[in-house]
Design a protein around this ligand. Structure first.
Ligand code: FBP
Length: 554
């Protein structure tokens, strides 16, 4: 196989474990904490999870290992979008499992939850694992987005688990996948299958976090990768002084990625979806906010800038969400065929005008033509608008351009506006994990095995105190039901892990808010550069600004 020099070097990297896990398997004991309760809807969650609710939080400590020896056959899956470090969760799990007993077995089920349903797996050995240590990607076994949530699916998984003699399943995924892990754990316990289920917190979006889980893995590397690119663009903008760059970054349901990139790079503009929703901002208000920055900078001779836009922004704009809802209703059922049969865009436009409410049509009509057409022409198999495909970076630059033309006509704007567009998402999801993610993920995997070994089920592998050096990290586990509440999903009340949105009274947002007016007008760009894997710890092992601000270490 052809290996890049960095790939070779990363194979040799030894991820750092939390201090308490470093003395060897025989020296890890459990300290049980207090019983837990779900974050809300306690009675309902307790009733739905009678076998796994209310368990104690636990931490591992140095001390003699009292777990009962038994041969372990563990199945592992990667679930959902890729996030840097997934391979290290698997290698940490494998190393702990083999260090405990060489005859233990780790099976990797392929293609996400589908692998468990189709009984499609590989058995890992040293050579297999060694080829993936400290590398990005989920290609070791692939991933998938099938939801494991029905009793029928659980029965198939239980059957396949029995067939393969599985003692435990580890699900590496985001909030939805870990919600499914909790439900599967309950099923396995209720049916006395003897199969334990443990989750690991993954997602570059950063929206799986709470008072117990300080960060999901992958967020560190992905945001560092985007910040490197944004910093490079800022330097180019500051050199050429002729373009405004509109950069969309991933993060469908929360704006943590955009906020972290803004803290890293100090752009002129960064939109935060949660703020837009809280202030019920309209498209016109957002447009004016950006145009004000362009105008002030342009009038001072600075016809360049950088604006960061979170991927999910349009869904946070109340009038836009209302428009999407009306469009979905307008084309429900057979009306899609009626619409598609119309001869040209003019006829379609009239159909839309007659079908939408006056308010919705007003919003629709200010959109650039390309976005208007996208809303009606590119639809998912259920006929709904594909919100994730909307090119919001182009939407806002176009709206700003129109607004600036008005201001120019009114004589207030004297600059020039030329926009370029970027979307950073897939670029960061499979990067070589930063040292932080390599260490954190390996620790999560190692720790997941300790939870299995000590007989826990329905727990999320938890490594905390992660804004400090790894030596001071604290390893343990948290019942997943503690993070759950009841939410309305597809017309039904469901128990789910509460998603973490950007908190507008949280320290990361407050820091951004205190500085953004200055950043909007002056050129305060910062250039993070590429992730460093080798060199001084203060450069290589630094985690995110978000975490540093949340924990008060910045
Ligand atoms: P997860 O929530 O599964 O971690 O995935 C998040 C994400 O990376 C989003 O930021 C992005 O919107 C989405 O995946 C893209 O998904 P896909 O890989 O299916 O295109």
């Amino acid at each position: 196989m052809n290996l890049s020099p960095l790939q070779k070097a990363r194979y040799e990297y030894s991820p750092k474990l939390p201090g308490m896990l470093r003395n060897g398997i025989s020296d890890i004991c459990v300290k049980e904490g207090s019983e837990t309760a779900s974050v809300a809807d306690q009675d309902k969650i307790k009733a739905l999870f009678p076998n796994t609710y209310g368990k104690k939080e636990i931490t591992f400590e140095k001390g003699s290992n009292t777990s009962v020896a038994k041969k372990q056959v563990v199945g592992v899956i990667l679930s959902g979008g890729q996030a840097p470090g997934g391979h290290n969760v698997i290698s940490g799990l494998y190393d702990a499992l083999k260090a405990t007993d060489k005859s233990n077995v780790l099976l990797g089920f392929k293609g996400g939850p589908d692998g468990l349903l189709k009984d499609d797996y590989v058995e890992f050995d040293d050579a297999f694992i060694d080829a993936y240590r400290n590398t990005g990607g989920f290609d070791i076994i692939g991933s998938g987005r099938t939801k494991l949530e029905t009793q029928e699916q659980f029965a198939i998984v239980a059957e396949n688990a029995k067939k393969n003699g599985l003692t435990a399943i580890v699900i590496i995924g985001g909030d939805d996948s870990n919600t499914n892990a909790a439900t599967l754990a309950e099923y396995m316990a209720a049916n006395n299958t003897g199969v334990q289920v443990i989750g690991c917190p993954k997602t570059i979006d950063g929206d799986l976090k709470n008072e117990d889980i300080e960060a999901s893995f992958g967020f560190d590397t992905a945001t560092k990768t985007y910040s490197e690119l944004i910093g490079n663009i800022e330097r180019d903008a500051n050199s050429a002084k002729k373009y405004w760059h509109f950069v969309k970054v991933m993060g469908r349901s929360a704006s943590h990625v955009a906020l972290e990139c803004a803290l890293e790079t100090q752009p002129n503009i960064c939109l935060i979806g949660e703020e837009v929703a809280a202030k019920k901002m309209s498209l016109a208000q957002i447009t004016n906010y950006i145009a004000d920055s362009v105008e002030k900078r342009g009038n001072a001779g600075n016809n360049f800038g950088v604006a960061i836009i979170p991927e999910g922004i349009v869904e946070f704009v109340p009038e836009f969400s209302a428009l999407i809802k009306e469009i979905n209703e307008l084309l429900a059922g057979s009306k899609t065929d009626e619409f598609n049969a119309l001869p040209d865009w003019d006829a379609k436009y009239n159909f839309i005008k007659n079908g939408l409410s006056a308010d919705a049509f007003k919003v629709f009509d200010i959109l650039p033509l390309g976005i208007k057409q996208q809303l009606f022409l590119e639809r998912d198999p259920h006929g709904n608008v594909q919100v994730s495909l909307i090119e919001s970076e182009k939407l806002f630059s176009e709206l700003v351009k129109n607004e600036l033309a008005n201001r120019k006509a009114a004589g207030t704007y004297k600059g020039k506006f030329s926009a370029l567009h970027h979307f950073f998402g897939y670029e960061g999801r499979c990067a070589f994990p930063s040292n932080f993610d390599a260490d954190y993920c390996y620790s999560l995997g190692y720790n997941a095995f300790m939870l299995i070994q000590y007989g826990y089920t329905g727990y999320l592998s938890k490594v905390s105190n992660i804004s400090k050096p790894a030596e001071e990290w604290v390893a343990g586990g948290m019942p997943i039901t503690k993070m759950m509440n009841i939410e309305r999903r597809n017309g039904e009340d469901k128990p789910v892990i509460r998603k973490a949105l950007v908190e507008l009274d949280g320290k990361p947002f407050k820091y951004f808010e205190a500085n953004r007016d200055k950043w909007a007008v002056e050129t305060c760009f910062t250039y993070p550069g590429a992730i460093q894997y080798y060199g001084p710890a203060e450069v290589c092992d630094l985690t995110t600004r978000t975490l540093a601000l949340e924990k008060g270490t910045m």
